[in-house]
Design a protein around this ligand. Structure first.
Ligand SMILES: Cc1cc2nc3c(=O)[nH]c(=O)nc-3n(C[C@H](O)[C@H](O)[C@H](O)COP(=O)(O)O)c2cc1C
Length: 273
């Protein structure tokens, strides 16, 4: 298969595709049309910048089954103020309204994480999603089992994270692990790859912001991550195969209450070089 197809009628011969390609896969021929670089075409990482930058939609990477999506309205928005509000207004939400989350909405938010940066555009992240409070509780129960074993063994992690107290609360019917959330999304990535852990953490952060933008609340669940690192029952509850690592876990739902203010945060510590 050729690397790309050019609609020669539409091509403005502006060279933008060649200038934008991060790996030099595209060069401009004598007639001003883009051609695949004889040696570097194989370096293509499918980032799609060549298509995204083309103002006339003339560039089509053959490996994609659809054209670039025009950013009508999205390219200009949001304003800097709206972005500030999005970033400052996000809080960890630990109290959820009981109504279930719509699967279509969650799928849309998960699709948005595909636009997050990924080392070499490898996109190694896959998601395990517990949808419905019962399913989330199933995962929380497996995590509580792990906590119980750690507490009984008197492990370092048990004393550092007060796991005994969390198990006591679980036994009393209070879920301080997954907070009765109606959904839990866990970002998984293979052990090996270009930057799998960074990609998964970034994707999770994007999901958290996308959820906030959609009026949902989210909270990272470090307990799920820790338990998924070693406990076979938790790994099984998340459907994790061999060689997968959980890097991000988000409780998701409609927030029971909202914070009208942002808490004080120190200024960023910066050493200007
Ligand atoms: C990797 C990570 C793990 C976390 N794990 C938990 C958790 O298990 N339970 C919880 O209630 N909050 C958890 N949090 C949320 C933090 O406590 C929270 O981000 C922090 O207190 C700041 O509050 P804010 O997110 O509202 O700004 C976690 C956050 C991160 C980044």
């Amino acid at each position: 298969m050729a690397l790309f197809t050019i609609d020669t009628e539409r091509c403005a011969r502006d060279g933008l595709c060649a200038a934008e390609c991060p790996l030099g896969c595209v060069e401009i021929s004598g007639d001003g049309l883009p051609v695949a670089h004889a040696k570097k075409a194989d370096y293509c990482i499918s980032c799609g910048h060549c298509m995204a930058v083309c103002p006339t939609g003339a560039f089509r990477l053959d490996r994609f089954d659809r054209p670039a999506a025009p950013l009508r309205g999205i390219a200009e928005a949001p304003s800097a103020g709206q972005v500030e509000r999005l970033l400052m207004g996000r809080r960890s939400v630990r109290a959820f309204r009981p109504e279930p989350l719509d699967r279509g909405l969650l799928a849309r938010l998960l699709d948005l994480t595909q636009y997050a940066p990924s080392g070499h555009n490898a996109r190694p992240v896959r998601w395990a999603v517990a949808l419905g409070a019962d399913r989330v509780r199933g995962v929380a129960g497996a995590v509580a089992g792990w906590m119980r074993r750690e507490a009984e063994a008197g492990s370092e992690v048990a004393s550092r994270l007060h796991l005994g107290g969390l198990v006591r609360k679980w036994d009393e019917g209070e879920d301080l692990i997954c907070r009765d959330a109606p959904a839990l999304a866990v970002a998984l990535a293979p052990e090996r790859g270009v930057t799998p852990s960074e990609d998964a953490v970034i994707a999770t952060a994007w999901l958290e912001l996308a959820a906030h933008g959609a009026g949902l609340g989210a909270c990272w669940c470090g307990y799920v991550l820790m338990a998924a690192g070693s406990d076979p029952a938790v790994r099984a509850a998340l459907g994790m195969g061999e060689g997968l690592v959980a890097h991000g876990a988000l409780l998701l739902g409609r927030p029971a209450r909202r914070c009208p203010s942002a808490p004080p945060r120190p200024r960023a510590e910066v050493r200007w070089l």
